[in-house]
Design a protein around this ligand. Sequence first.
Ligand code: C2O
Length: 507
Amino acid sequence: KTVSQSLTLTNGTCNPDGNGQRLCLLVNGVYPGPTIRAAWGDTLSVTVTNNMQDNGTSIHWHGVRQFNSPGSDGVNGITECPLAPGQTKTYTFKVTQFGTSWYHAHYSSQYGDGVIGPIVFDGPAAANYDEDLGPYVLSDWYYRTAYQINSIASINLAAGGPPPNADNILINGTNKNKNGGGSYNQVKITSGKKYRLRLINMSVDNYIRVSLDNHALQVMTSDFIPVKPFYVNTLLIGIGQRYDVVINANQTAGNYWFRANVATDCLSGNNFYGRAVWSYSSVTAGTPTSTAYTDGQGCIEPAQAAPYWVQPVPSGSFQQSISALDVGLTKAQIVPNGDAIIVWAINTSSINLMWDRPTLKYLMEGNTSYPTAYNVVPTVNAGSWNYVVVQMLPQTPPVPHPFHLHGHDFFLLGQGSGTFDAGSASLNWATPPRRDTATVPGGGWLFIAFNSNNPGTWLMHCHIAWHVSEGLGMQFLESPSQIQLPDQGQFQSQCKGWEDYYSTAYW
Ligand code: C2O
């Protein structure tokens, strides 16, 4: 069946933690936006109307494979021109996965100001819980807008410093602020029941470690992939990642803190944290006095996350096909002010997308080569495996980067510190975790593999909003002659609409 939804984007104000109203970009009038829900096998058709002021946009469905629909991937500069204010676009795609994800604007760092929301795709029911508590949105929150923070982040980077810290961490769009205003997210549970909770890190710049005092988390999925269930007390969630967990309400009474702490051991010095109050139905909700688990450290994905259906990756002759992508810092001339600034680069080139000339447009015009700024890398032949090492250069600040690949899930063959060495690295060919976002450890490497089975133009980038704005991305061009091109009429009129808007807008 076809499931239709519409999302209308507007400028508004919001005050999620009681600190005061600020500009917020709302989806259907709320932050975070409404949940998009469909079932495995459905066709989803989402009509997006941009009623924001002074903002183009595009909506990306994070982790969605987009088989035969690369034009619905929603990436400005790659799969479409920005949707100008006043315009509407319908994204249509097949739901070929099930589980939990999110949608977000893929226009500069816009999603930091609010264009985000959960996605739930229902699939074969796991029978190990009584109730689905639904999405649990974790997001960092700033009292200045994402565009303001973004430019400060770039100036800081040039001076060798970190980006500004977040002002708060929100849980389902709420938390108290440091002066006590605002309110906690509250959850009621009943002793003896089991609950499914869908954790999503929608932050712009923070790894978040979650836990519920006195209750272990049984991990069921990582990103869209079911895993062999395992228990943890604390769970580190990188930006863009999701985990579905089952919580057994095995206490009899009481109030407990749900904690969403910035993983300070992992990235930057933020000291804010999200809190929610979980209360048993037999007691009045009140301030918990429960104590936190103290385990949990390090900055990479849980190694236990073996996929439920094991699919070994062929390791034969992989060494010849490794493309080492060096993540580093370079100086580049950036218009409009002509200042030399520091940007992030892969393979010595930063991605610097021209919004009015997306890659798919180049392709439709019959071009076979792309400007360097597009940072295009061809994949191997259809049906073959791509092995990709993302290597941080030694001179690069040793911060971890949550890398996300569009159009695929990848097999996580290994992560490590220092320089990748195929001979000595410990790699998991037999039961590699499979997901769409994984961490390049600070100063280290990430080794992934994916099969060329989805013709399209697929962005791979760091999901730290400031870093992707600073060029930390590249794109795979996969089987160009087989790419299912988007509808020409809609595509071209959207580009025309953006050009008209851009040329008349005041910049
Ligand atoms: Cu969640 Cu390129 O995005």
